[in-house]
Design a binder for this molecule. Structure first.
Ligand code: ATP
Ligand code: MG
Length: 255
């Protein structure tokens, strides 16, 4: 489904990623791990078109997306959440999810503004579909709450609901359990499995090793912008190269 070929990214002299290649097969949950600054978010930013790679190519479902814009990549079926939650803070829970849905629909902006009948019908449909996403995520009962009044755990869920509203085939999660407690993290794990069972492929960055080892069937390890290992959670936990890369930040290895 997703194929990265020798992807590199330089930021004015700093090599954030160097020749990273791997693929993501349909319907798997694949994890990216690595110490702070390893290039994980940069990789996600490149896949989702925030900026292009300095070198290398990225294919999604047979399309070369290396130099496509974010909105074009989203339309092809790639959606994401952010390391720092990125919600419309003063809008309601439902409005946040509806905005995720909006770009998929036909009505021009001005038609919505004039509230033409076609646009009204479409808005009703968007509302219903957004409610389905909230239902699935367990936030339907809080649809009228203001987004930034929700506890952090629920804001993370809301971001996932909004990403799902775009009907992605690949969902990219950047540290989705940051700020969650142990119980919330277990809940989140079940949510990730539920999304995978809907046929959505998942690429996830996480620092919580217990979570990532349970949730992923395959892992890629980045260190200083380079891929140093790839394999099953078992293979990764026993890789001397990986253990060495994490030395000095042993608190991160909490299997
Ligand atoms: N837009 C940018 N401009 C300049 N440098 C950047 C930019 N984005 C990332 N970097 C640099 O690239 C390197 C990799 O950063 P990145 O955010 O990808 O790491 P990360 O693996 O996501 O780390 P963390 O686990 O802390 O989130 C860092 O040295 C960072 O400072
Ligand atoms: Mg990051």
């Amino acid at each position: 489904m997703l194929d990265l070929n020798s992807v590199s990214k330089n930021f004015s002299g700093l090599a954030a990623l160097t020749d990273v290649s791997f693929d993501v097969k349909n319907s798997v949950i694949k994890g990216i791990i690595g110490p702070n600054g390893a290039g994980k978010t940069t990789l996600f930013n490149i896949i989702t078109g925030v900026f292009p790679p300095s070198k290398g190519t990225i294919n999604f479902d047979g399309n070369d997306i290396s130099h496509k814009r974010s909105d074009e990549i989203a339309k092809l079926g790639v959606s994401r959440t952010f390391q720092q939650t990125y919600l419309f803070k003063t809008l309601t829970v439902l409005e946040n999810v509806m905005l995720g849905r909006h770009y998929r629909t036909r009505s021009e902006f001005f038609a919505c503004g004039l509230r033409l009948p076609g646009a009204r019908r479409e808005e009703k449909l968007i509302r219903e579909q957004a409610m389905e996403c909230l239902d699935m995520i367990g936030l339907a009962g809080k649809k009228d709450r203001i987004a930034n009044k929700l506890p952090m755990g629920e804001q993370r869920y809301l971001e996932v609901a909004r990403a799902l509203a775009t009907e992605p085939r690949l969902l990219i999660l950047d540290e989705p359990t940051a700020g969650l407690n142990e119980f919330e993290r277990d809940d989140f794990l079940n949510l990730v499995f539920k999304i995978r069972d809907m046929g959505i492929t998942i690429l996830v960055v996480e620092h919580h090793m217990k979570f990532i080892m349970k949730v992923c069937s395959e892992l890629v390890v980045l260190n200083f912008g380079e891929k140093i290992a790839e394999g099953t959670p078992d293979e990764i936990q026993n890789s001397p190269k990986v253990i060495e890369a994490y030395l000095g930040v042993e608190e991160d290895i909490d299997y």
